[in-house]
Design a protein around this ligand. Structure first.
Ligand code: GLN
Length: 202
């Protein structure tokens, strides 16, 4: 059966993720209300502004049903702000910013600093093959620590004495990236996520 992937469509770069999954031949649904979660095989939390997303998740009534679905094993792919929402520990967030505690990561918002707030690079992701993965970072969150249950799929080498940082991580049904894979044509991360939805339903 063709899977249906939901894309949280409250704010942020929703359209690019929708187009990415449509290009892979799966069904895609915008998620704006609790009803939209019905029957999904996977859900994307896109980049945007995690503080705004947190507020809109509350006002739309989506936060609690989504938290329940994630605890129930719904595969989820969080990119940039989406990753922040899924982490267990968020630094430099707003005091009232909510999160799903779905992946054991300590994240610092906008942690790459002002000069390098946005940059593009080519990442080694050994589990996706030899070709480097293009990665666009936009006011990206830094993963400062990853718990023992987290598999780090890619690391950004530190420059100027800064430590190396995990930038693609997985724990169970949760996949996250600090950057924006939907903004470049390489679809290997979106495909990896589809494989995760297969595992879950199979
Ligand atoms: N800086 C944003 C935040 O804290 C994330 C940026 C992004 O998603 N491109 O939510």
């Amino acid at each position: 059966m063709i899977p249906t992937i939901g894309v949280l469509a409250l704010q942020g770069d929703v359209r690019e993720h929708v187009l990415a999954f449509e290009g892979l031949g799966v069904g895609v649904r915008d998620v704006r209300r609790p009803d939209d979660l019905e029957g999904l095989d996977g859900l994307v939390l896109p980049g945007g502004e995690s503080t705004t997303l947190s507020l809109l998740l509350g006002s739309s009534g989506l936060f609690d049903p989504l938290a329940t679905a994630l605890r129930g094993g719904l595969p989820v792919f969080g990119t940039c702000a989406g990753m922040i929402l899924l982490a267990t520990d968020v630094r430099d967030g707003r005091e009232d910013q909510r999160r799903f505690d779905a992946i054991d990561l300590t994240i610092r918002r906008n942690g790459y600093g002002r000069q390098v707030a946005s940059f593009e690079t080519q990442l080694a992701v050994p589990s996706l093959g030899e070709a480097l993965l293009p990665a666009v970072f936009i006011r990206a969150p830094v993963v400062e620590a990853a718990g023992p249950g987290v598999e780090v799929l890619a690391t950004l080498p530190g420059t100027d004495g800064a430590p190396d940082r995990p930038v693609v991580c997985r724990q169970g049904n949760v996949l996250v990236a600090s950057f924006h894979p939907e903004l470049t044509p390489d679809r290997r991360l979106h495909r990896l996520f589809l494989d995760m939805t297969d595992e879950e339903s199979g």
